[in-house]
Ligand binder design. Structure first.
Ligand SMILES: [Zn+2]
Length: 330
């Protein structure tokens, strides 16, 4: 199979983990921002997390540099456009990009301006390429519960106009879901769809709570349901979709090696899985590369790949028209 040419759907991709190194250098020079290096190759080394990270927290350190150049409307628009452009060029037909608006207020942008700029970048790419997209707003669980309310409230007016869902991300503590029940419930009431990062760092029970307490329709990663029978059961019975990101999971030590990744085992057991990059730059990857890696380990059949594509379309937060268009592409 030609993994570059086959149509693909991506549901889990962070904007601030997916910047081109040359763009970081260009924006930094225009805005007078100091970088550790203005040599593209040298800078790349700072941006890419090693395969031997010790933990998720070490992986997350790679995001501070990109965020320095994501503080103006123009740069947010450009970075979003380029991410969609990169995805379109490897035949991604539909992409859901997520980002945390509150990371981009350092130079005075309002949350609304930030969201608007990201939507504009996405629309520009949709007009130029054969790709469709939507935006997921991430709330940082390392920030206060109030900050989650702020994102939910300020993002509300963009619902159905580019924004579709809410997410909780960043460092994963046991039992984090309990704290965020109210803002996520409010988000649901407003019409946001819900996806939650959980079960990425050894705590399968967080997946159970994300489904039961927060009403998660999809789970970011979910690797550790394999060690938590209750979480496994609820994900399987309710057909909660897992957004799996193999390279990222090796980097953060969710699994030690690709061969230990549970994606294929889950798929064969009837759990709904999707394949995603998580972060194109920080994980130094693409959708084609992730699919190639998974196929290299587990030798999926054409029917397996078709099923994963259809699952991804159905689990997307796109409207019916876009879903039908995506299904017609395969
Ligand atoms: Zn993620």
């Amino acid at each position: 199979m030609n993994f570059l040419a086959m149509p693909k759907i991506e549901l889990h991709c962070h904007l601030d983990g997916s910047l081109r190194a040359e763009t970081i250098i260009d924006i930094a020079q225009r805005e007078g921002i100091q970088l550790p290096s203005i040599d593209q190759e040298e800078l790349q080394k700072e941006l890419i997390a090693p395969l031997e990270c010790e933990s998720l927290d070490e992986y997350l350190k790679r995001f501070s540099l990109p965020n320095m150049v994501m503080q103006s409307k123009d740069s947010l628009r450009r970075i979003t456009f380029e991410l969609f452009e990169d995805a379109a060029k490897e035949n991604v037909k539909y992409l859901e990009v997520r980002f945390a608006p509150l990371l981009h207020i350092l130079k005075g942008l309002s949350v609304e301006e930030i969201i608007q700029s990201v939507i504009e970048g996405m629309r520009e790419a949709e007009n130029r390429y054969e790709i469709k997209g939507n935006i997921i707003l991430s709330c940082m669980r390392t920030m206060s519960v109030d900050s989650a309310y702020e994102v939910v409230e300020k993002g509300r007016k963009f619902l159905g106009k580019g924004v579709v869902a809410i997410d909780l991300c960043a460092s994963e503590e046991e039992g984090f879901c309990g704290e965020f029940v109210e803002p996520i419930a409010l988000a649901k009431e407003y019409g946001y769809r819900v996806t939650i990062h959980a079960g990425e760092t050894g705590i399968g029970k967080n997946v159970l709570e994300a489904v039961e307490l927060l009403g998660a329709e999809r789970i970011g990663h979910g690797v550790f349901i394999k060690g938590c029978a209750e979480a496994y059961k609820i994900v399987k019975e309710r057909q909660i979709v897992l957004e799996m990101c193999p390279t990222s999971n090796v980097q953060t030590k969710a699994v030690q090696h690709y061969s230990e990744h549970p994606i294929y085992q889950f798929h064969k057991d009837g759990i709904k899985v999707t394949i995603n990059t998580d972060n194109r730059t920080v994980s130094d990857t693409t959708m084609a590369k992730e699919i190639h890696l998974v196929n290299g380990e587990f030798h999926l059949s054409e029917e397996d790949w078709r099923q994963i594509y259809v699952t991804s379309v159905e689990a997307s937060f796109a409207d019916q028209e876009i879903k039908e268009w995506c299904l017609a592409q395969y």
